[in-house]
Design a protein around this ligand. Structure first.
Ligand SMILES: [Zn+2]
Length: 312
C-alpha cells in the first residue's frame, strides 16, 4: 500500500496534501485558497460562467489593483505548495499579461513571486484567451508573447462556444508555429459534437473538462485514439450545475472507457476546494477505489512531465 492510498483510506487530508501531485488546470488569479485572502469559504452554485464571473467581481473587487493581483498570485502558488503540487499548468489570461509594460517585466515579476512561495514547483505557464474575443483583437500581441519562450501552452476559456470554434483556427495554427501545447475549455457546457469539431479543427493536445464526451462513443473513441488527456475538476462541474453529484460524475465512465483523465483544481478561490480535496471526495463518494486514484495521480504527473520535457 502506498502512502497515498493509506492516507485516502484513513481519510487524512493533511497526509493526502503531502503526496506529490500535478494540477493541469488551474487559473492564476482564482487559484488560491479563499481563506489565504481572508475571505470566508462559500458554497456557491452558478447557472453560467457569466454568473460565476459576476460573483467573483462582486466579492473580490477589492483585489483588482496591483497589490491585490500580487496577493492572488501569491495565494495561487501557496495553494500548490500546500497541496503537494509539483507540476502545475497555471493559466494566465491575456489581460493579465498585457497589464504589464512588457513580456519581460511580467516574466521577471512572476518568477519573483513564485520563488518566494513555491521555488521547487515546476510551473508550466499558459496564456488563456477568451471564447468571447475575436481573433483580430488578439492577433497583434501573439508574437511578442509567444516568442519570449516562456509560455508553454495556450487555452481558450470563459463562456464556451461564445464564438464559433472556426474563429480560433488561426490562433491554434500560430501556437503550432511556436510548438505550444494546444488546450481548450470545451465539453463542460457544449456537447460531444462540439468536442469532436474542436479536435478536428484546432488539433488539440489536451482538453480542460471534456466531460460531455461521455454521452457519445464517437467522441470518446476519438479522444482515446488521439490520447488526449481530459483535465477534470469535479467540484467545478457540480457548482456550475453540469453534474448533479460526485457519485454521478462522468469521470468514472470516462476512466472505464480508457480515457486518460487527470484531476485538477480549476478555481479554488471560488469553489473552495483543492486537488487533494477532490481525490478524497472521489474516494468518499465511492467513485473510485484508492488504487485507481493513485493511478490517476501518477498519470497526471506523467502527463505533466512529458509536457514539460517536450515544451519549447
Ligand atoms: Zn477552467
Amino acid at each position: 500500500m502506498s502512502k497515498f492510498t493509506e492516507a485516502l483510506l484513513n481519510r487524512e487530508i493533511e497526509k493526502i496534501r503531502e503526496i506529490e501531485k500535478s494540477d493541469l488546470h488551474k487559473h492564476s488569479t482564482t487559484g488560491g485558497k479563499c481563506w489565504d485572502l481572508r475571505f470566508r469559504n462559500e458554497t456557491n452554485y452558478f447557472d453560467s460562467i457569466e454568473e460565476m464571473e459576476q460573483w467573483y467581481e462582486d466579492n473580490f473587487h477589492e483585489f483588482n489593483g496591483a497589490i491585490g493581483y500580487y496577493k492572488k498570485i501569491q495565494a495561487s502558488f501557496k495553494e500548490c505548495k500546500d497541496n503537494g503540487i509539483v507540476l502545475c499548468v497555471m493559466s494566465f489570461s491575456l489581460q493579465e499579461i498585457l497589464s504589464f509594460k512588457s513580456m519581460s517585466q511580467f516574466l521577471k515579476w512572476i518568477k519573483k513571486v513564485k520563488d518566494s512561495v513555491a521555488k521547487d514547483l515546476v510551473l508550466l505557464p499558459e496564456v488563456s484567451f477568451d471564447w468571447r474575443t475575436p481573433f483580430k483583437k488578439i492577433e497583434h500581441c501573439l508574437d511578442e508573447i509567444f516568442s519570449a519562450g516562456w509560455i508553454k501552452a495556450i487555452d481558450l476559456s470563459g463562456p464556451e462556444l461564445a464564438l464559433p470554434v472556426e474563429e480560433f483556427i488561426p490562433l491554434y495554427r500560430k501556437a503550432e508555429e511556436y510548438n505550444l501545447r494546444k488546450r481548450i475549455h470545451i465539453g463542460e457546457f457544449g456537447g460531444p459534437n462540439e468536442i469532436i469539431k474542436a479536435i478536428d479543427l484546432l488539433g488539440l493536445d489536451e482538453i480542460n473538462h471534456g466531460i460531455s464526451s461521455v454521452d457519445d462513443t464517437n467522441a470518446m473513441s476519438l479522444i482515446r485514439r488521439q490520447q488526449i488527456p481530459l483535465n477534470i475538476c469535479p467540484t467545478s462541474n457540480i457548482r456550475l450545475k453540469r453534474v448533479n453529484t460526485y457519485k454521478e460524475h462522468p469521470i468514472r465512465k470516462l476512466y472505464d472507457n480508457n480515457i486518460l483523465v487527470t484531476i485538477a483544481s480549476d478555481d479554488p478561490l471560488i469553489f473552495g476546494q483543492s486537488v487533494s480535496d477532490e481525490y478524497l471526495k472521489l474516494f468518499c463518494y465511492g467513485v473510485f477505489e484508492v488504487e485507481e486514484l493513485d493511478k490517476i495521480r501518477e498519470n497526471g504527473i506523467e502527463v505533466a512531465r512529458e509536457y514539460n520535457e517536450n515544451a519549447n
